[in-house]
Design a protein around this ligand. Structure first.
Ligand SMILES: *[C@@H]1O[C@H](CO)[C@@H](O)[C@H](O)[C@H]1NC(C)=O
Ligand SMILES: *[C@@H]1O[C@H](CO)[C@@H](O)[C@H](O)[C@H]1NC(C)=O
Length: 363
């Protein structure tokens, strides 16, 4: 059995309390054992790296950030991202975007860093047409540089550094853009999913080899229900073909994670089942307090138009599932932003766990 990891502890705790969501915030354990949070991914978790990547898709003007102290940071949402909520859960500062840090700041950052870049994917060639961003490979290369060149400035002893990394959480939220921007059906969706997972497994192993031990991995939401995709179906309905295409990936991902876990018994791979969360929301909108799960809060009706700078967003942001429309992303606005932290945290718990909570392989 691997060492008891922070994520494991959290879930143990959660399963004892999951019946009453109102108690969930006050009951969050403050864990001092999680040393840092490192984040990789796309626009679901980009916290501003794209602001510093030439010709990258950006969310650096209002109304993005309207519920983040009215400050656009580069996050593709009105408030915080799920990566931010994970940090809050573990009493860590929000991981700063890697590219926002000066050389000196990189050498003193020990609570974690965010390498995510909107638009990119698991395949190195996934990106929006005529735009640039950092693929997962590039993000991992930069993390490797952090481990080789920056962290040793603070943590000289190699064993101490290994322990530090082993007690850190690695959250990877990627794959949607591979489907939205780079999908091909030449050999069928099973084949595509398989190629993507072979590539993904390799990257997760690379993270392990650099020192990561607690890896939390998102699956892919029902992309056929993005506002911009709904707009293109022309009948107000989700594109079920797209939803079908992602299914082989989501159904094989748990086995891929389990295979890695079997190969590296001191690692803990956790699936964050965002797909089932969104499916659940779409199936029972009211239960989650949404009144609109088809239109973006910012952007024209049914989402064909982008959330452009200084556009006026909807007033009732808590009632919209989508903050913007962008076809290649799932920009959930995490109801309520910072003012309603208790609700946000409960939301996050649903994401990180299957519903019901059975997401961890070490049980
Ligand atoms: C990490 O950096 C070291 C030292 O520069 C290098 O030898 C190694 O190949 C790098 N690993 C990855 C995955 O980039
Ligand atoms: C798609 O969006 C455009 C622009 O907002 C809108 O005019 C059009 O009616 C939408 N199409 C459908 C089928 O909803």
């Amino acid at each position: 059995m691997a060492a008891l990891t922070p994520v494991f502890l959290f879930l143990l705790f959660l399963s004892a309390n999951s019946d009453e969501s109102s108690s969930c915030f006050s009951a969050i354990p403050i864990s001092n054992s999680v040393t840092a949070l490192y984040v990789f991914g796309d626009s679901t978790v980009d916290a501003g790296n794209n602001n510093d990547i030439p010709n990258a898709p950006r969310a650096n003007s209002l109304p993005y950030g309207i519920d983040f102290n009215n400050t656009p940071t580069g996050r593709f949402t009105n408030g915080k991202t799920i990566a931010d909520f994970i940090a809050i859960l573990y009493n860590l500062p929000l991981p700063p975007p890697y590219l926002s840090l000066t050389e000196a700041q990189r050498k003193t950052a020990r609570d974690g860093i965010n390498y995510a870049s909107a638009g990119c994917g698991i395949f190195p060639n996934t990106k929006p047409p005529e735009k640039d961003c950092w693929s997962l490979q590039k993000q991992i290369e930069e993390f490797n540089r952090t481990v080789q060149e920056d962290l040793p400035c603070m943590i000289e002893d190699p064993q101490e550094l290994a322990d530090y990394l082993a007690n850190s959480i690695f959250f990877i939220s990627m794959g949607a853009n591979d489907y939205l921007l780079n999908f091909n059906n030449h050999h069928g969706p099973e084949y595509f999913a398989n190629s993507l997972l072979v590539q993904f497994k390799c990257y997760l192993q690379t993270l392990y080899n650099i020192g990561a031990r607690n890896l939390v991995v998102n699956n892919i939401g029902p992309l056929g229900c993005l506002p911009s995709v709904i707009n293109m179906t022309g009948n107000g309905q989700c594109d079920e073909q797209i939803n079908q295409n992602i299914m082989p990936y989501n159904s094989q991902l748990p086995q891929t994670l389990k295979n890695i876990q079997d190969e590296y018994p001191d690692a803990t791979l956790t699936l964050a089942n965002s797909h089932d969360l969104f499916q659940d929301i779409l199936a029972d909108t009211e239960k989650y307090g949404f009144t609109d799960v088809k239109d973006p809060c910012c952007g024209a009706y049914n989402g064909q138009l982008a959330c452009i700078p200084n556009a006026t967003p909807c007033d009732n942001r808590c009632q919209y599932l989508f903050f913007d429309e962008q076809r290649y992303n799932l920009h959930i606005h995490w109801c309520g932003g910072h003012q309603r932290r208790d609700i946000d945290i409960c939301f996050f718990i649903d994401v990180i766990c299957l519903i019901p909570c059975t997401c961890l392989f070490h049980q």
